[in-house]
Ligand binder design. Sequence first.
Ligand SMILES: Nc1ncnc2c1ncn2[C@@H]1O[C@H](COP(=O)(O)OP(=O)(O)O)[C@@H](O)[C@H]1O
Ligand SMILES: [Mg+2]
Length: 413
Amino acid sequence: MQPAEARLRVGVVFGGVSPEHEVSVITGLQAAAALDRARYEVIPLYIAKDGSWYTGSVLLELEAYQDLDALRQAAIPVRFDPAVHGRLLLVEAGARRWPWQRPRRYLVDVVLLALHGGEGENGGVQGLCETLNVPYTGSGVLGSALGMDKVVSKLLCREQGIPVVDFRWFRETDWADHEEAWLDRLEAELGYPMVVKPARLGSSIGIQRVENRQALDAAIEEAFRYDEKVVVERAVRNLREVNCAVLGDPSEARPSVLEEPVRSDRTQLLTFQDKYMRGGEKAGRRGTKQSTPQGMASLDRIIPAPLDEAKTHAIQEMAVRVFQLFECAGVARIDFLLDEETGQVYFNEINTIPGSFSFYLWEPAGVSFDALMDELIRLAQKRHREKNGRVRSYDVNLLSVRSVQGLKGAKSS
Ligand SMILES: Nc1ncnc2c1ncn2[C@@H]1O[C@H](COP(=O)(O)OP(=O)(O)O)[C@@H](O)[C@H]1O
Ligand SMILES: [Mg+2]
């Protein structure tokens, strides 16, 4: 093991203000368990449901999350110090036992983002890292923001000739003023069955498949509880779902093997329960501690997806195109809908921080979870080096005395 000071300090950020909080805790703990301690010092950074940040080794124990209040008591609250640029400096925020004790400081070299949904996946936290100039894993602000919005994602793909299912979208104010007109239009233009989704959520929350007007109306109202923008899609019949992860950045992107998630009821949606609450011993991770949860690995799935070679390649190619189009980095998972009868493949959505980092799609290709973490960190450092290698500001002070005199003249022109 390298001396402690030579190891890279990796802040693993998880939790977050998001309906996918618990799923993120699982991904975060899986990532922390996979980081090679000989090379990395792991600093867990847990964002509670109210948005406050904590550190402390208790955060690495899954059992501790059974009682969130007790967990927060046992963990160490921290706050940022933006005075440091290039690394993340966190300072102990709670009351100290003795007045002469200085608050402990935690310096982080690389931020490993294991957040799902909300600010953690939509570019918000990525923007914070950019502002502090800290290397962070995964996609940047643009890719994260594009990927989070199901409407913008589909518009962008459609514009580039990547097939998407027929869809309509609207905002709450627009809906409220024209409810009946919208229902008529959706029935006439899309037809039943339809799938209703909040535009910017995940894990199937707020998503419903509907067969009649009453259910459509109710599903739209329900979706507006989660987001002020809603998308309604024509439901794909004879549905098979196929996902492909992509690793790298726009200049070096490679696809994983494909997976076919299996729905508990083939006529319905892939639900939150399907995704996270199955037993799934088959998909269990080799060599993990008892307490390491399975997260997305608990989903029943077929790997590789049983498709012929040509179809597999076509989907992998499409996944790489989407990854590059959205300017993604790190690992993203691109999900497709396949109409078994017509053979048509549609882009459905992109997850810029996929559950469990899709480690189970890389293991068949010989990339272990540990190696996947190494890759994410390498890519984060690469982007950071490239960003800092370019000219980003000028040393000329436009507000110096001489320049200001010049500017006065320029103002009136
Ligand atoms: N157009 C569609 N036709 C049929 N089923 C769909 C359609 N869109 C989504 N689904 C089903 O709903 C699930 C969740 O939708 P998805 O868009 O993937 O949202 P999330 O971000 O919550 O995963 C999908 O995995 C699939 O089972
Ligand atoms: Mg999905």
